[in-house]
Ligand binder design. Sequence first.
Ligand code: HEC
Length: 142
Amino acid sequence: MKLIWVAVMLLVVSAQSAAEGMSAESNYILRCAGCHRMDGMGAAAAGVPEFPDSIGHIAATEKGRLYLLHVPGVISSSLTDQEIADVLNLILDRWGEGAASYFREDEVQTLRAKPVANVVEYRRALVEELRQQGIRLAEYPW
Ligand code: HEC
């Protein structure tokens, strides 16, 4: 029964993509949910941090916004700047608790072009900076 739903969903998604390009929802399902799950809870033990009560804080800082454009699933995706903005905004809509402003296409383009050498170290520094302000981000083992 579950498999039938997956098949139906994929048909709907592919019909949609043929018609009008991928929606943020389709992109999330196909390219992100495998690791981040449909409920945004990821898998902390496997190094995928949860979104709720965390992602909004990250996106509320300048450093955090640069970080978000350089996480592996985003920087290595073949999505356009607009599609990346849309899928990140969907994540903010669902789990950002209104803490941060939306991404725009030109901001995505600018931030993507800036280098971030080591994303894990970069996140650690960000976690520490926010911790000093009394804000705790989602944990993961790295
Ligand atoms: C193969 C698994 C995988 C896929 C697919 C994936 N991600 Fe991730 N994502 C990760 C991992 C691992 C991290 C933690 C990165 C790090 O080490 O700092 C992460 C971090 C993130 C974060 C920051 C969360 C935080 O608290 O640091 C966001 C936002 C994010 N991913 C968005 C996306 C989006 C959008 C997509 C789809 C376009 C996507 N990811 C696809 C594994 C994945």
